[in-house]
Every structure is written in structure tokens, then in C-alpha cells.
Write a protein of this length. Structure first.
Length: 129
């Protein structure tokens, strides 16, 4: 899907997030300690290097525009999911259970799809005005 220039980098970052989410789910399905531990390390790195700046950008630049337009439900859901993922990553260590890793992967995947299907299209409509 073609995005306005302001969202193109975020959509590319979403692709990387989906790859990470899929890797989390796959590692959890293997339920092998080495695979889970390695993926946990990847999650911690990606969260600091990629996801935190991504969330911060959305919260500082997109969400205020949506909130000003009265999109309180979209904004609330976005913030709730960002905080849920932040909380999950704080608990991910080298010995996390596979189920927790899979849960993070599913939440990340669902969140990306929500933003691409609902949040970004609404932002684009507002940006066109």
C-alpha cells in the first residue's frame, strides 16, 4: 500500500517489526531454550534500537494530530498497546518462557496490522485536509 511520505519510513519499520514478531512466534513454537533465549536477546536489542524510537515518533507526531481530530479510541488503543509491549519487554530476560515470547510476538503483529489498517489510513485522511 502506498503511504504518504510522512508515513513511509514508519511502514518500512512495520515490516521489520512483523519479521521480528514472526521470529518470536517461531522460536516459541520450537520451545527450545537456545532458540527462545536467542530470540529474547533479539527482542531486547530491537526494542531499544528500533521499536522505542518508532513508538516515540508516533506518540509525539501522529497521535496529537489524531487526538485533536477527536480520534480518542484510536489514540487510546495505540498508547495501551505501546505500554503493554514496553511492560512485556521489561520482563523478557534470558530465561523467559516460550509462551511469553509468543504472546509478545502476537501483540506486536496485531499492533502493526492495526496501525497499517486503521491508524495510518485515518492519519492520511487528516493530512490530506
Amino acid at each position: 500500500m502506498k503511504r504518504i511520505p510522512a508515513l513511509q519510513a514508519l511502514s518500512r519499520e512495520h515490516h521489520a517489526a512483523l519479521v521480528l514478531a514472526k521470529a518470536c512466534i517461531r522460536a516459541a513454537e520450537l520451545d527450545a531454550a537456545t532458540a527462545v533465549d536467542a530470540q529474547c536477546a533479539s527482542v531486547r536489542h530491537a526494542f531499544v534500537a528500533e521499536l522505542t524510537p518508532h513508538f516515540d515518533f508516533e506518540e509525539q507526531n501522529l497521535l496529537p494530530v489524531l487526538l485533536a481530530a477527536g480520534e480518542t479510541e484510536l489514540v487510546a488503543r495505540t498508547l495501551k498497546e505501546h505500554e503493554a509491549m514496553r511492560a512485556m519487554v521489561r520482563t523478557i530476560n534470558d530465561h523467559v518462557e516460550a509462551a511469553a515470547l509468543a504472546e509478545f510476538g502476537r501483540l506486536l503483529s496485531d499492533h502493526v496490522r492495526f496501525e497499517e489498517r486503521e491508524l495510518f489510513p485515518r492519519y492520511e485522511m487528516l493530512a490530506d485536509k
